[in-house]
Structures are given as structure tokens and as C-alpha cells.
Write a new protein. Sequence first.
Length: 450
Amino acid sequence: MIYSYKRKNTIIDVLSFCFIFLNVLFITVTDFQSLYSYLYTFLLFVIINKVIKAEIFFLRNLLVLNFFIFLSILLYWGHYLIMPDSFGFSGMYGGIGTDDSRFFAGVASSDVNIPWYGMGYIGMDHSFVKFLKILYPFKIVHPLTILIPNILGICFIPHFTSKLTNLLTKDIKIAKTAYTLVLFCPVLLSNSLILMRDGWVAFFTLIGVYYLIKNKFLNFIISLCLLFFVRPGSGLLLLCAFMFYFNKSYLKGATINIIPKVLFLLLGLGMVTFLLLPFISEYLLEKGFEGLDRQSFVESIIKEADEGSIIYKIYSLPIYLKVPLGFIFFIFLPFFRVEFYTLGVLNIRSIMYTMLMPILSLFYFKYFFKGIIHFFKIKNEDMTRFFYMFCFCILMISQVSIQPRHKTGLMPFFYIFVAYGYHKGTPISKAIGSALFVFLFLIQFVLEFF
């Protein structure tokens, strides 16, 4: 056992050295000034690692950080070589790309590396732009300068996924499997290796739920505030998740103490709601949430993108069909689609999201449902409660957000169920999981080729 432990540490040391060497080499070749950003990111990493009390996992987390930075640099160069006029960004919003060039335009100190389609967003007033300026309060000229510290948003996700899994299952093998799965998640990587906030949303959501279950209320509040700052809608989602653990965390203790706790909580929530209501209302209106649905978003963005798409057809249905079908649709996202090129341009992120992830999901959902059947059968309260919370979050995203990318924030939770099903189950749950594997394969095949 001691030999195995030393051998594992040696592998981590060697891999860390290799990725650090490659990162320094590629950064130097790309933009020498970004080396200062790399050193600054390392200092922030050390501080965060200390704050979350993960000192004994320092080398492992350092390896993850440098691995993700390496992938981010490769993706940057891939975009740059494919689309030189995009300066390493994903492309124009609404076409091949997303918001990353807009966010860079908001934080850049110079317009030298801003694509032409991002010029209109110079100095953009946005919560994530403010967050990035706090994260890196120095001069930003080259994209790598801010891309590197932005990786801090995902480098601790595997660590906390493992910790949350172990907290729920009390099984280190399941925790290790969940760690590995989320480390190589195509959905998380495709939306977080670029200058987007999805990685930070996933991280703050993950640690928020972890601290909530762990009964560390102050840490939960801090996580909640940070999430509200980065993406208010996701902050509301985490706040709603609190109700699933209300009687298990905040009300924990003698019955006689419950009444003052409830009064204090209601008073606090009332004050917070009063203060945030104007901002929440404005945020929801900006997102097209004017009534009980986001019909304006459906009719403008989704319809213009593809009027014949399944998602548009679902959200054009009456509400009694739209809600359950929308929920099922988002549970199984993303769906397989052969798309190497978008608008004639090689789309690396689309290959990861619409081709690689759906293929892997065929196997993931086999264990996902196998695990669910098992913990319901044995009446595992912790996993059952966690599953209800996960379903509630999916339901809210499917009805309020209606943006597939926003599922990224829940991917660590998904992998916890997959890892649980991989290690747990009965012959019956295994047979059902295998049957669902075949069913999903046929569905994906029909949707793509017929």
C-alpha cells in the first residue's frame, strides 16, 4: 500500500512538471507578458487551496489546474489557427461562437486583440466583467492574460465533486470515480476552457450544495453571494435548493430552538428578497421572463436559430406538455449531431458538445438510472434527497433558462449519480440500465438520421 501511494505521488509529480513546462513554453511563445498572469494565477491557487483547507491535496489540485490551463491554451490556438480574425476566441455570437469575445472586450485594456464583432462591447457593463476585473485587476491586452486565471473556476471542481460524493455515499471508490468523470467532462470543458462564466457557476453551485449538506451555513452564504454576483439566475437556483436541506441543516437541534430559528430565517430571507427584488426583476425581464414562461425568448432566439428544431417544437406546445417534455429534454441533453463544421468553419467546441458527450452519455445514463433504481430500492435518504434537488434544478433550467449551456453548472451532480450507479446496483437495476442504453441509442440514431 505504501509503495502504491508513493508511486501515485510520483506520477502526479511527473505529470505536474510536464504540464507546467509545456504551459510556460506555450505561454512564452504566444505572449510573454502572460507569464505574469500565470504566476499570479498560481498565487491565487495557493490562497484558495488554503482557504478551502485542501493542503493535503495540493499537488493533485495543482496538476488539475495546469492540465486545464494546457487544454485552454490548445483550444485558444485551435481557434486562432482556424479563425485568425477571431484572435483565439470561439467566433461570433449567434453563429459558430458564444459570449467569450464580448467578455474580453469588457475587460481588455486595449482593442488590439478584440475581434471586429466584439468592438461594440468595449467597456461592457456586466456582472461577469466586473468579476473578472476583480479576479485580475491588472492590465489585460492578450486573451491568455485573462484566460489563465479564469481556469481557477474549474480547477477545484473535481476535488469538491469527490468530497461531495464521499459525503453522500461514504464510499471512497465512488468518490474517485466521480472525480475522474468530471475531470474529463466534455460539456464542462467546452464551456469553461474559454472566457465564459459556466465554470465559475458550476464551482460556486457545487461548493454551495456541499457546504449546505455539511451544515456550514456561513460558507454556504458566501458561495451563494458569489454565485449571485457571477450569474443571478443560478444564484436563485441555489437559494431554492436550500429548501431541500432546510430541516436537515438549519433546523438541526432541539425542537425548542426551531421557532426562533424559523423566525430569524424568514426575517433574513425577507430582507434579502426586498433588497434583491429590483435586481431580480430587471434580470428576469432582460432574459425575456415576463410571465409564467420565456415565450419571447422562444419566439426570438430559438425560432430564429432553427424553427424546425425539437427544442422549438417542445416549447411551442401547451404548458401541460411543455413542462414535462422540456424537463425530459434537458435531462438527456446534449443530443448527438454530426457537426464538424458550423457555417463552413471547423467547430471544436461543437465536436466536444454534440458528438463526444452524447456518445459518452449512452454509457453514463446506463449507470445513472441503474444507481437511481438502486438507492430508491434500498431507501438511501441522502441520495434520494440529492436526486430530488437535482431534478428540481433541471426543471427550473428547462423552464426558466431554456439554454442548454446552463446545464453545465449541474454536471458535477450528474456524475455523482453515474459514479454511484457504476459501483452500486442489483441484477434488476443493471438490466434496466442496459435496456435504457439500447433505447437511448435508438433514439439518438433516429433523431440524427431520420
